[in-house]
Design a protein around this ligand. Structure first.
Ligand code: PLP
Length: 502
């Protein structure tokens, strides 16, 4: 008897994890939507007919091979495109094991081991964030937080908690008609605004506070914005500090923001989705000094730490507030008289069923230890420093625009335009011709990378000008990968200019 379909698929998945694409392997085998549909027509089609008949195993395996071939290889060291990359292999298989044991984390009854694992990991994360002391209980019945399906959802929950602390009656009676406001830096993530819309606060409730050149919130501007909001008769209720902004990896000054939040009696939430993992590194954790003063803290372990998507912890300083805010005590699920009901976590959150996102993190953390996690962060920063040095030494071919910690934002300048100042403050002074030439080059260079499969690098507008962004987290990235990626930018840029484009 041959292998079953699931064994054949699992063997391919395992081989991919153990021997992922590297070096000169393509990062992506790009195909257009129409080409992809035509390619999959050779393997049973992507679409489902109105009546779909079972597909034989060999065709299914052909389809799996095509899925692998045409997916973006995010573990490839030349995928430096977004703030996730380089999944930890132990985490990948941990995710599979969690799926194989298919359960929900809502109750101890259905997830005895995972309930304790969540508590153990949250307790440890809580110690890193200073929410609980070093000698505190290692597997508490009420851990200092919960796992959430992603950073945006955790932001929503944090803001719900913040409003609940101020106006607990809204849970039962609904909106009061007051105009609540919350404050986040202009460089902060849009999850704040989406959450405000979902909470019925309205997107206008989000006050974008000015950030400095690096992307960190200006504390005086926050204080002024809160005072202005109060003077307008609005009800400020929360401040969101960002630890590691998406584009420049800037860290807000948590002590300064803590002082201001305390003075105004506001909830301080820290968006550490990206940069929260700096806490693992004794060398870099200073970026989050003051985090222990915050009320909540969201930490995406699926970003810098390479856990598979998604793996998000929401830490809260007062964990009892979670049940107060979310619990409805469904008597068919959270029966108080069943065995070990005091460990049930499901009523402390909005969700009913919850994925087991902790197992992969628990396995990877036990495997690497604290020192292994710290090394991952230190390596990422070292690669950013290498990139910055290369850019600095390029005689004006590459120009650093901004970026701190693990992020390096830069532009490529055609020979005829060198030297060029691309600091954010000077971008507005570029002539329209120079601006347009640079602005259209970045997406075209990126397009060449994708078409040829040589690399994937992010780009985004800074002050309206498209610039490249290198951001590091994958431990497989070596200085030679950074060099190779900059070489590709240089090569494609030269070729586009020589061809008279744009
Ligand atoms: C700073 C920051 N906050 C929040 C988020 C949202 O996290 P998620 O994608 O898990 O919803 C991101 C995602 O990139 C982010 O960079």
């Amino acid at each position: 008897m041959g292998d079953s379909l699931e064994e054949r698929i699992a063997a391919r998945a395992l081989r991919y994890v153990v021997e992922p694409p590297r070096a000169l392997d393509p990062v992506v085998d790009l195909a257009s939507p129409a080409e992809l549909q035509a390619i999959f027509d050779q393997a049973g089609s992507l679409a489902f007919a109105d009546e779909s008949l079972p597909v034989d195993d060999d065709t299914m395996v052909d389809a799996v091979d095509l899925v692998i071939k045409h997916s973006v290889h995010t573990s490839h060291p030349r995928f430096i495109n977004q703030n996730f990359a380089g999944p930890d292999p132990v985490s990948v298989v941990g995710d599979w094991l969690g799926a194989a044991l298919n359960t929900t984390g809502a109750t101890f009854e259905a997830a005895p081991v995972f309930t304790l694992m969540e508590s153990a990991v949250l307790s440890k994360l809580g110690r890193f964030a200073g929410y609980v002391g070093p000698g505190s209980e290692q597997i508490p019945t009420l851990p200092p937080g919960l796992f959430c399906p992603g950073g945006s959802t955790a932001t929503l929950y944090a803001l719900q908690l913040a409003r609940h602390r101020l106006r607990p009656d809204i849970k039962v009676s609904g909106a009061t008609g007051e105009q609540f406001t919350l404050f986040v830096s202009a460089a902060g993530h849009y999850a704040a605004t989406k959450s405000a819309a979902l909470l019925g606060l309205g997107t206008n409730a989000v006050v974008k506070v000015a950030a400095d050149e690096r992307g960190a919130m200006i504390p005086d501007a926050l204080d002024a914005a809160i005072c202005a909001s109060k003077a307008d008769g609005q009800v400020p209720f929360a401040v969101i500090a960002t630890s590691g902004t998406t584009v420049t990896s800037a860290f807000d000054d948590l002590n300064a923001l803590g002082d201001i939040s305390e003075a105004h009696g506001l909830w301080l939430h820290v968006d550490g989705c990206y940069g929260g993992s700096a806490l693992f590194s004794p060398t870099h954790r200073h970026h989050l000094d003051g985090v222990e003063r915050s009320d909540s803290f969201v930490w995406n372990l699926h970003k810098m730490m390479g856990m598979t998507q998604q793996c998000t912890a929401l830490l809260v300083r007062e964990p009892a507030l979670l049940a107060d805010c979310f619990a409805l005590r469904a008597d068919y699920l959270f029966q108080p008289d069943k065995l070990h009901a005091e460990y049930d976590s499901g009523d402390r959150t909005f969700q009913c069923a919850r994925r087991i996102d902790v197992l992969k993190l628990w396995l990877a953390w036990k495997h690497h230890g604290d020192a292994g996690f710290a090394a991952r962060i230190d390596h990422a920063v070292a690669m950013a420093e290498h990139a910055a040095r290369r850019i600095q030494a390029s005689d004006g071919e590459f120009v650093r625009v901004t970026g701190t910690f693990t992020n390096v934002v830069f532009g490529w300048v055609p020979p005829a335009l060198r030297p060029l100042d691309l600091s954010p403050a000077s971008i507005g002074q570029l002539t329209p011709e120079v601006h347009d030439a640079l602005h259209t080059l970045a997406p075209r260079i990126k397009g060449r990378m994708q078409t040829e499969g040589t690399a994937m690098m992010g780009f985004q507008p800074i002050e309206g000008l498209n610039t490249f962004r290198l951001l590091f987290m994958n431990p497989e990235v070596a200085p030679s990968d950074v060099d190779a990626m900059l070489d590709r930018v240089s090569q494609y840029g030269d070729e586009l200019v020589a061809a008279g484009q744009p």
